[in-house]
Design a protein around this ligand. Structure first.
Ligand SMILES: [Zn+2]
Length: 325
């Protein structure tokens, strides 16, 4: 899908969607909630809505070991490489199985996010979306909750270290707390973090209390909003302005949206209950905020979501909002 024609079409208004067969490979097989059919569920609806005609679609590249180590420890990267060769066992304590090629597939998710962030930084695209990405549970030293490498963490470190940015924003509307991102940057005041999630007293990973606002020099740069089971569009609308105000106060130079669809009513493993219209609103408002801040950069990442119909609707609403916003 790459080539002179598509590159020539890219303009300042382009919405880039990174997708395709290589990205679709990241998943844990038939019957696992994070199966490889999630990409195709998104893709069918994307084409049904004609969005392939309104976006620039590109295949991902794989991240290099050097890039992975901007966030992850060298020991952990090597451990994943080894378990991927062995092709069996667990990458954590029982949620995230190793399989042959998981190293390459997880590296491709990170490469997709790096490629999209580069496109936003160089102005080749105005906004970007990646369906299989936003693996927010992976920690610097370990896998967790279906997440092998944390593409968000690698992008943040890259923007701050290599991209010369002073502040990056992160908004997470997945039903689960983005603990890999939160604890990965808990003491870093340059990462402006806001996370709406189901209360950790009732749902994995059990973190993200309101009192967790960052540590040391980062106190006050993190906003955690735990919500009760059953929280609907009205509850989302009640709390969402706090997220926007938090980001606006710190004026981040780049905004990542983790738009996990497991917060939409009907997910098989969570208990939040808003509609995919809240996902549309999140993407629209963050696009408007990014424009207001003068750079326009929004990178939206699919994250979780285990009801295939919900993820198809929610993620394509996000793409439409990025196009229209
Ligand atoms: Zn989730």
């Amino acid at each position: 899908m790459l080539g002179f024609a598509t590159v020539a079409q890219a303009t300042a208004n382009t919405v880039l969607v990174v997708a395709g067969e290589r990205l679709a490979r990241y998943g844990f097989g038939a019957g696992h909630p994070f199966g490889t059919d999630r990409h195709d569920a998104f893709w069918r609806e994307f084409n049904r809505r004609g969005l392939q005609l309104r976006t620039l679609v590109e295949e991902p590249r794989a991240a290099t070991a050097e890039e992975l180590q901007r966030f992850h420890s060298a020991e952990y990267v090597e451990e994943v490489r080894q378990k991927s060769r062995d092709g069996q066992g667990w990458l954590d304590s029982g949620d995230t199985p190793a399989y042959p090629g998981v190293f390459e597939d997880a590296s491709t998710v990170v490469g997709a996010a790096l490629g999209a962030s580069e496109a936003l930084m160089t102005g080749r695209a105005r906004r970007a979306f990646i369906p299989i990405a936003g693996l927010h549970h992976a920690a610097r030293h370990r896998a967790a909750g279906f997440c092998v490498f944390n593409d968000i963490g690698v992008v943040m470190e890259t923007l701050l270290r290599e991209g010369g940015l002073q502040r990056v924003g992160y908004v997470d509307i997945d039903a689960h707390h983005g603990d890999g991102v939160f604890y990965g940057f808990e003491t870093d005041p340059r990462v402006i973090f806001a996370d709406l999630h189901e209360d950790g007293r009732h749902l994995y990973p059990g973190t993200g209390a309101e009192a967790e606002t960052g540590r040391g020099p980062a106190i006050g740069t993190k906003l955690n909003i735990p919500l009760p089971a059953g929280a609907d569009d009205a509850v989302f609308a009640q709390h969402w302005p706090r997220v926007l105000a938090h980001l606006r106060a710190f004026a981040p130079e780049f905004i990542v949206l983790q738009c996990g669809a497991d917060s939409v009513a009907g997910d098989p493993i969570t208990h939040l209950a808003w509609t995919a219209e809240s996902h549309r609103r999140a993407a629209r408002d963050l696009g408007a905020l990014a424009d207001e801040l003068g750079h326009g950069r929004v990178l939206a990442l699919g994250g979780g979501g285990y009801n295939r119909g919900n993820l198809a609707t929610a993620w394509n609403n996000v793409v439409e909002a990025l196009i229209d916003g």
